[in-house]
Design a protein around this ligand. Structure first.
Ligand SMILES: N[C@@H](Cc1ccc(O)cc1)C(=O)O
Length: 417
């Protein structure tokens, strides 16, 4: 493969991003210092990764193609600190699960992973040096700023835990302790990124560049939500489920903004086809019925967008194209899961409660009364057994805001006047 020019590398590194902070840091490394850019992406191993994960994978592929030294941080302690989304005794298994998934995803889209380094957060975040740095950070960042920094990342609950304030400080310190030039993440990380940029120098470390992906809408139109299975496609969903979810997906005609189906083509399927093609051009094919014009292949996303906006490509046909292309990508992932006993074991260890539903429901005392074991917060509060605040503390990992909204209570319910 021919070596890319500095300009080509920078184009590839920043392609499709919504925002880049301190691009000059990246240019200095590539143009002046003429060495590989060191960049990391952190992921907290909480729930099970879904198809939205491809969006970050595409960028990791770009970084690798541009010759970067890429680190994936399996942020196990962060998964714990964020409202115990992963309990400590499961987090090691989840990290392993994530590592497996990420490697499989990249391989399935033809990205060589030999240059990719995986680091487990707890492998260095529990050292005396890191611990002291964290304490030093806690003396320069105000409670107010730490809270604000985590607002879009750390789950917001009725009684916020102190761990949610530690979370952004540690994410900032990771840049120093991983020895990188830049951190990459979704634009939802922006406030943590700016905290890092502002405060690392306060404890004697240098400011890093920050690369931000746009947030890609889910299939239900809004944010991809862990609690709405129809808003996202699981990486192991079988073809007919993929088909069904796409059928139900919100895909407004003549609209591309906030359209999850169109966005999936723009940010996932089209870039993946570009990665695979020799000339880097890529394409997207819709096997349309002859009645509606027959099969069509788009050579650019702009061309597809134009057709969609002009009603020359219908939502039904777009969905059909997405379904075929996506199922082709998912097939080897599913096959590898099905043939790999070790992976199946890791899954069971990482997500033990997600096995077949137990028939017998045990009762457990929560708050002031007995409620069904594994009852959702909404059920507990609706039962009148538990005050919203108590329920949150008892069922950490449940989105209290969602539940309260469902009950049409506002988050201030239960407050003494
Ligand atoms: N905040 C990231 C996870 C992360 C954790 C630590 C980091 O250093 C970087 C990223 C997320 O929302 O998934």
């Amino acid at each position: 493969m021919v070596e890319l020019t500095a300009a080509e590398k920078i184009e590839l590194i920043t392609r499709g991003l919504q925002e880049v902070l301190k691009k000059n840091i990246i240019e200095d490394v590539i143009v002046k210092e003429n060495r590989p850019l060191k960049v990391y992406w952190g992921t907290a191993p909480t729930g099970r990764p879904h198809c939205g994960y491809f969006v970050a994978m595409v960028k990791i592929a770009h970084f690798l193609q541009a010759g970067c030294e890429v680190t994936v941080l399996l942020a196990d302690l962060h998964a714990f600190l964020d409202n115990l989304k992963a309990p400590l005794d499961l987090v090691a298994h989840r990290a392993k699960y994530y590592e497996n998934i990420i490697k499989t995803l990249l391989t399935s889209i033809g990205v060589p992973i030999d240059k990719l380094t995986f680091v487990l957060g707890s492998s260095y975040q529990l050292t005396p040096k890191y611990a002291l740095d964290l304490l030093r950070m806690s003396t320069v960042v105000t409670e107010h700023d730490a809270k604000k920094a985590g607002a879009e990342v750390v789950k917001q609950v009725v009684s916020p835990l102190l761990s949610g304030l530690v979370y952004p400080l540690m994410q900032a310190l990771d840049e120093e302790h991983l020895g990188v030039d830049a951190q990459f993440g979704g634009v939802d990380q922006r406030k943590i990124f700016t905290l890092a940029a502002e405060q690392l120098p306060s404890v004697g470390y240098k400011e890093r560049a920050h690369l931000m992906n746009p947030m890609v809408p889910g299939l239900a139109g809004g944010k991809m939500s862990a609690s709405d299975p129809n808003s996202k496609i699981d990486l192991l969903d079988p073809p007919d489920i993929v088909k069904n979810k796409l059928k139900k997906a919100v895909c407004p005609p003549l609209e591309v903004e906030g359209n999850g189906v169109y966005s999936f083509v723009e940010f996932v399927l089209f870039p993946i086809s570009q990665l695979a093609s020799a000339d880097g051009k890529g394409s997207f094919t819709v096997n349309r019925d002859e009645k509606w014009g027959g099969p069509i292949t788009y050579e650019s996303i702009e061309q597809l967008k134009t057709d969609y906006l002009a009603d020359k490509l219908s939502p039904v046909d777009l969905k059909q194209g997405v379904q075929e292309t996506l199922n082709a990508i998912l097939a080897p992932i599913r096959a590898s899961f099905e043939s790999n006993k070790e992976w199946q074991t890791i899954t069971e260890l990482a997500y033990p409660s997600e096995g077949p539903k137990k028939v017998k429901k045990k009762e457990k005392k929560i708050g002031s009364g007995y409620v069904k074991k594994n009852a959702t917060i909404a059920e507990q509060v609706a039962d009148g057994k538990v005050k919203p605040q108590n329920a949150v503390a008892e069922t950490m990992g449940v989105d209290a805001k969602d539940a309260l909204e469902k009950l049409s209570l506002d988050a201030g319910a239960g407050k003494k006047e």
